[in-house]
Design a binder for this molecule. Structure first.
Ligand code: RIB
Length: 288
């Protein structure tokens, strides 16, 4: 029987506009194409793990709008358990996204129901699921909820992965509940107050009570461990759309970790999956 992964976090509907150039202030431009699909950092990470064959449970909160049913159906289609999805009145999360000709994106998240997720219900869900081996979270739901849920997980010997995205400062007490902290370079800069560099990765790792991996985009990722950095190069690919690549890394890393693979093997596989995802359009649609 495979180990259980629980993801707590956001579900969004991604509304992606592909354009050669990003408009300047006050400018109107014609874009190339538009795609609507399923997103949200939490959802993407759960779906990636589900596609790899994980036994994955999603704790998220949806509104009572047209997106509710289709989001649940999408989770089911991607092998993600939906028994613990919370529902509230109002709008579900949405994310208007611009992707330019280099594949780079700019994202605005309107959290909607993601902000209404209830910590006590989430903890009850985790008790009901039982025997969770890995918990995954991000910053697209209120941090108070993350605090309570990750504290519960740590007290129950669950391995925890936290992806501090979108970036925000993390309290030391919260970091004590984290086994693996995985920011990208921009997030590293904001949470550590230092520029991303080999020296600063090592310095920050000494300041935090958890393991550290920094994802480096097209350069791969770095594992910071026992006062050493270990770099994992990414294959050279043509980037069409980088949206959700970081989430693909996290979902793959969580799955590989739940299968008791070494951190090095988990990162290698996660870099491969994230690199592959940037060669295709869309968020979750680039994971297949
Ligand atoms: O990381 C990509 C994700 O960020 C998108 O799916 C969007 O919904 C935002 O959450």
């Amino acid at each position: 029987m495979s180990s259980k992964i629980c993801v707590i976090g956001s579900s969004n509907i991604d509304q992606i506009a592909y354009t050669q150039n990003i408009p300047a202030d006050g400018e109107t431009l014609f874009g190339d194409s538009f795609q609507m699909g399923f997103g949200g950092k939490g959802a993407n990470q759960a779906v990636m793990a589900g596609l790899l064959g994980a036994d994955v449970y999603m704790i998220t909160c949806l509104g009572d709008d047209v997106y509710k049913e289709m989001t649940v159906t999408n989770y089911e289609a991607n092998n993600v358990n939906t028994d613990h999805i919370q529902m509230v009145k109002g709008a579900s999360g949405v994310a208007p996204i611009w992707v330019d000709s280099t594949g780079q994106n700019r994202i605005i998240v309107i959290p909607g129901a993601n902000n209404e997720i209830d910590a006590q219900k989430a903890i009850s869900s985790m008790e009901e699921i039982g025997n969770i081996s890995v918990l995954v979270g991000q910053c697209e739901i209120p941090m108070e909820v993350n605090h309570e849920v990750f504290k519960f997980a740590k007290n129950n010997s669950v391995t925890t992965i936290f992806n501090p995205a979108p970036a925000r400062k993390l309290e030391t007490e919260f970091l004590e509940h984290i086994s693996w902290l995985i920011p990208n370079e921009n997030e590293f800069e904001l949470i550590s107050g230092m520029e991303p560099s080999d020296e600063n990765f090592l310095k920050f790792n000494k300041e935090v009570p958890c393991n550290l991996i920094v994802t480096l985009g097209e350069k791969g990722a770095v594992l910071v461990h026992e006062n050493k950095t270990h770099y994992f190069d990414a294959p050279t690919v043509e980037a069409i759309d980088t949206t959700g690549a970081g989430d693909s890394f996290i979902g793959t890393f969580a799955y590989e970790l739940s299968e008791s693979n070494s951190p090095e093997a988990c990162i290698k596989k996660a870099v491969e999956k994230a690199s592959d995802s940037v060669t295709k359009k869309g968020t979750q649609s680039s994971y297949n």
